[in-house]
Ligand binder design. Structure first.
Ligand code: GRF
Length: 212
């Protein structure tokens, strides 16, 4: 059984989707811990209610990024994960932390990377006049929101869209593609090569197109 540790900062709807799919689809894996940098993250209570180990490592209690990342890594490593899943984890990670989990840390970002990494992604996509938007699951590398891409979902941008309506449409797709990518990893069908190239033995598409 593969051991999954999920990092969150907020409501944790992607965490829920992954945990649910893992149970319902009978993955050879389990979510062994959920860790947040915010003690008030809603997803922590959800996880605790289901008997998942939870922890919060408050970034504000640490002197700098390196100290926070060291404390976070110690907590993660205590759960001996095969895979670390960033699910709405709103912290910039130090290169040392990223290297520690190279090839075994995934992230989801609510844009079609490499466009619109970072914050306010939906606002920036709308302001630019994009006609499609989406979400990307990628392996985490030292450059923020820039790792090798595993899977993408594409949604239309509709007339009158706001950041809220667009993010809601994208989130529905996130809940489909993130569990799919995590399942591929725990089924040993997805690997990040030493050359930084994603290798896979998949019989499912690495894209999802939103249907209206
Ligand atoms: C998602 O849109 C995710 O792509 C982004 O932050 C949001 C987190 O939502 N990184 P949730 O906490 O999973 O509900």
């Amino acid at each position: 059984m593969k051991r999954i540790v999920i990092l969150i900062s907020g409501r944790g709807s992607n965490m829920e989707a992954i945990h649910r799919a893992c149970a319902e689809e009978g993955w050879p894996a389990s979510v062994v811990a959920v860790i947040s940098n915010r003690p008030t993250a809603g997803g922590l209570a959800w996880a605790a209610e289901r008997g998942i180990a939870t922890a919060s490592i408050d970034h504000r209690a640490h002197a700098d990024r390196a100290a926070f990342d060291a404390a976070l890594a110690a907590e993660i490593d205590a759960h001996q994960p095969d895979l670390v899943v960033l699910a709405g984890f709103m912290r910039i990670l130090t290169p040392g932390f990223v290297a520690r989990y190279a090839g075994r840390m995934l992230n989801i970002h609510p844009s079609l990377l490499p466009s619109f990494g970072g914050l306010h992604t939906h606002e920036r996509a709308l302001q630019t006049g994009c006609k499609v938007a989406g979400a990307t699951v990628h392996f985490v590398t030292a450059e923020l929101d820039h790792g090798p891409i595993v899977l993408q979902a594409v949604v239309p941008v509709l007339a009158g869209d706001t950041a809220e309506t667009l993010s809601g449409r994208v989130l529905v797709c996130e809940h489909q593609i993130y569990p799919r990518a995590v399942r591929w990893f725990v089924e040993d069908r997805l690997v990040l090569g030493d050359d930084g190239v994603v290798r896979h033995t998949l019989n499912e598409p690495q894209w999802l197109f939103h249907t209206l």
